[in-house]
Design a protein. Structure first.
Length: 248
């Protein structure tokens, strides 16, 4: 299966699934995988690793921006099959275990079915495992503050609102921000392209998501790798400001 991969800097790759992105950070033979798409994206995730000259057993860790099914899809597969540790923010650990599920409901989707793009998105989500029960058995909180001792040296940045433990990752030396769903660059259910918050129905706490744009605004960088939409090249600060203007 062909993977749609963009190398945005040395060893930093954004991969597009059909509706969701993940990021591969390479350092020598080792890899950090940030998010894993839907369960139905597994073949594409594995193909993307092969395309950058790696393999699943070279993944040092899976980092999860947040525990929605379109980002968590193959995390437990890596853990169970290869013994790969799965890390997420401490507030997201119980969500990844599925002690609870904070995800857009079928009722919310039905109430928004009149909006352009919602029905095709929902059909794809269902077919790709969007409602599957895929807990991570042993998710781990980040071991401490600052850069993680992993390929790419990503720095976790708590950006709650989309979920309580939503986390972005900053790559300060490369000027790159991996923004997950805290700041996206388009979505199949959105009418506009460019930097934005996801539509209201997707956020656990929209006010919190709006407030977390302040955090994104403070991150120095000129490349944004979102959970949805294409690479955004340009000031991350200005991207966060534009998302706020659109949301208000």
């Amino acid at each position: 299966m062909q993977a749609d991969i963009h190398e945005v800097a040395d060893g930093i790759h954004l991969v597009h699934g059909r509706n969701t992105n993940w990021v591969i950070l390479t350092e020598g033979d080792a890899v950090t995988l940030v998010d894993t798409g839907y369960p139905g994206d597994r073949d594409k995730v594995l193909a993307s690793l092969a395309a950058v000259g790696s393999s699943p057993d070279a993944v040092t860790a899976v980092l999860v921006t947040h525990a929605h099914n379109d980002h968590l899809g193959s995390a437990e597969y890596f853990s169970r099959t290869y013994g790969t540790p799965v890390h997420t923010h401490e507030a997201e650990v119980p969500h990844a275990r599925r002690d609870f599920l904070h995800q857009v409901s079928v009722g919310q989707v039905l109430r928004n079915a009149w909006r352009p793009g919602v029905v095709p998105w929902a059909v794809h989500a269902l077919r790709s495992g969007g409602t599957a029960h895929i807990p991570v058995a042993e998710p781990r909180p980040f071991p401490g503050e600052g850069p993680l001792d992993l390929p790419g040296r990503p720095v976790p940045v708590h950006t709650p609102g989309h979920t309580a433990g939503h986390c972005a990752f900053h790559l300060p030396e490369a000027g790159v921000v991996i923004s997950g769903d805290g700041l996206v660059n388009g979505h199949p259910t959105s009418r506009v392209p460019g930097p934005q918050l996801l539509p209201v129905m997707f956020h656990r706490d929209r006010g919190g998501a709006l407030a977390s744009l302040d955090t994104f605004e403070a991150l120095p960088g000129d490349v944004l790798l979102p959970g949805h939409g294409p690479v955004h090249r340009g000031s991350v600060r200005e991207a966060a400001q534009r998302a706020r203007e659109r949301a208000l």
